[in-house]
Design a protein around this ligand. Structure first.
Ligand SMILES: [Zn+2]
Length: 305
């Protein structure tokens, strides 16, 4: 089932990113502007202080409505160490405990829906297991999704561009739009596989087709956003994190049948947004140099045969 809140949120972010990026001037990352280290740099820092510091560096500051809430633990917990990741999976939680850290900052939900409501999961064995694991080991989990996507340019998208070597290929400084030369679809797919660490990619298109103009929309922005952006930017290929097979995928198929050469590459949600965790890792290192911090990858969830 489609998560409307997720769609609204991501769509707003995506469209505002486009608006910000197409403005003549791209605002430098507030993180780069603020180089001050936090005075106590690790000792006796609480979860709440780390979160407040992060939010204070995000344009617009604290949000009234956000999914970036605590999923376990408490704000006044003293931080022994921080783990950054895409998903606070059971495996990531166990590695966090083994490391001696007690604060996980994850990009995505902990309990299987965008808002992380848990009433519907009561007495579910997997939910109860994960909840107890967190509680028994005094682990706090904070989702940092809406805040990181509000930064300009979006560090998640920029992280992928950096890995791909596309930073200087943006059209009008828009990190969602890339212009390359002499590329065909096969070149793009192989480049994504080797640089993003993905074994196999699903795609629609002809491998020899010229594919120079890329629309990149990480995560799961939703078909309405994908289709509106395709219409607006007319790319040769849309690269997105994930999408339902029955929406954007079929739209691309029909568009090709109509005679337009537009392709689609599904990079995978985790691969398309994992740079969020490395960004927060570096942020913590810079702000709290004495604090234990580690990026623990959630890894690719799905295998290919
Ligand atoms: Zn995201």
């Amino acid at each position: 089932m489609k998560d409307f809140v997720a769609f609204k949120n991501t769509r707003r972010n995506f469209l505002s990113n486009i608006a910000m990026a197409t403005a003549a001037q791209v605002v430098a990352s507030p993180l780069l502007a603020n180089t001050a280290k936090i005075a106590s740099s690790g000792a006796d820092i609480t979860v709440g202080q780390v979160i407040d510091q992060f939010i204070s560096e995000v344009p617009g500051g604290k949000l009234k409505e956000t999914v970036d809430t605590l999923k376990a633990g408490s704000l006044d917990m003293k931080v022994t160490g921080i783990v950054t990741t895409m998903f606070a999976t059971v495996e990531v939680i166990k590695k966090t405990i083994a490391l001696g850290a007690n604060f996980i900052i994850a990009h995505e939900p902990t309990f299987y829906s965008h808002t992380d409501t848990t009433d519907w999961l009561a007495k579910d064995p997997t939910y109860e297991y994960k909840k107890s694991l967190l509680k028994d080991n005094n682990i706090t989990v904070w989702r940092c999704h809406d805040y990181i996507h509000r930064m300009s340019p979006d560090p998640v998208t920029m992280g992928v561009l950096k890995k791909m070597g596309w930073e200087d290929k943006m059209i009008n400084k828009n990190p969602n739009l890339i212009e390359l030369t002499n590329q065909n679809l096969k070149d793009i797919i192989f480049s994504l596989k080797s640089k993003m660490g993905v074994d196999e990619l699903r795609y629609i298109g002809s491998l020899t087709e010229q594919t120079n103009k890329i629309l990149f929309i990480p995560g799961a922005a939703g078909s309405t956003t994908h289709i509106a952006a395709l219409k607006m930017y007319k790319p040769d290929v849309l690269i997105c994190g994930e999408v339902e097979e029955w929406t954007t995928v079929e739209y691309i198929r029909d568009t090709r049948s109509r005679g337009e050469n537009v392709s689609l590459i599904l990079l995978g949600h985790i691969a398309s947004e994992a740079p969020s965790a490395t960004f927060i890792l570096n942020w913590v290192k810079e702000r709290y140099p004495n604090l234990l911090v580690k990026y623990i990858p959630a890894g690719n969830s799905l295998s290919f045969l």
